[in-house]
Design a protein around this ligand. Structure first.
Ligand SMILES: O=C(O)c1ccccc1NCC(=O)[C@H](O)[C@H](O)COP(=O)(O)O
Length: 219
């Protein structure tokens, strides 16, 4: 069985980022969406982000232009681009053309009240040039709400990409992972592990890392 990976999203503090690197966290998430209370450029410069020594730095973008994403990805030395808005297949194809194959793309699919059939259609419509899907709870804020969606819908569809499970993941609900037929490639945690937006509770993250090791060894 492959080890379940962990992404910690909404990082803004260099000392915390270093601690997460020491803990071997797989993905570090930085939010480049001005309306988010975790907007990273209010705390760190692109140069500071570029100097973070990690192979999986994820930039989260919401309805940003291709040009804007490419500039930030290059200056901040991002490894992965997470498209968290309403970016369509044409947009993704154009982005892929410009960034080449070295930068990976996560396309977010926000789950609200769509039926399994509708969700399946959205998934099937994704260009094969994306690398991962991330399922998050739909909201006006786009993300970071701490709200979960009903994971049962994932058992009613085919998921042809490795996926990140996101949306209100916490130490309280992670035991439900075993109800999923097709296990996520990675979990994505954020607001349930915060003291305040952008300031993570690292003790909670450590506890969670232990918990997911135990949880996945029994699946
Ligand atoms: O976290 C934000 O403030 C945010 C705002 C707008 C778009 C995306 C955002 N976060 C991206 C993530 O990948 C979060 O980890 C994901 O939405 C889950 O957050 P949470 O429900 O708080 O665990």
């Amino acid at each position: 069985m492959t080890q379940l990976k962990l992404k910690v999203c909404g990082l803004t503090k260099l000392d915390q980022i270093q601690e997460l690197i020491n803990l071997d966290v797989d993905f570090l998430g930085f939010i480049f969406y001005e309306k988010s209370p975790r907007y990273v450029l209010d705390h760190l410069s692109l140069k500071q982000i570029s100097e973070i020594n990690h192979q999986r730095k994820v930039g989260v973008f919401v309805n940003e232009s291709v040009k804007g994403i490419v500039e930030v990805a290059s200056e901040a030395q991002l490894d992965i681009i997470q498209l968290h808005g309403n970016e369509d297949d044409k947009f993704i194809l154009r982005l892929r053309e410009i960034i080449g194959e070295n930068i990976k793309i996560i396309k977010v699919i926000r789950i609200g009240n769509q039926t399994p059939d509708e969700l399946q259609k959205t998934i099937n419509h994704q260009p094969s040039t994306i690398d991962y899907i991330l399922f998050d709870t739909d909201s006006k804020a786009f993300g970071g709400t701490g709200k979960t969606f009903d994971w049962n819908i994932l058992n009613e569809i085919e998921i042809p990409f490795p996926y990140f499970l996101s949306g209100g993941i916490s130490t309280e609900n992670i035991h439900q992972l075993s109800t999923l037929n097709y296990q996520p490639f990675s979990l994505d945690i954020n607001s349930k592990f915060e003291i305040e937006p952008g300031k993570k509770d690292l003790e909670k993250v450590k506890e969670f890392l232990l918990l997911i090791k135990n949880e996945t060894s029994s699946i």
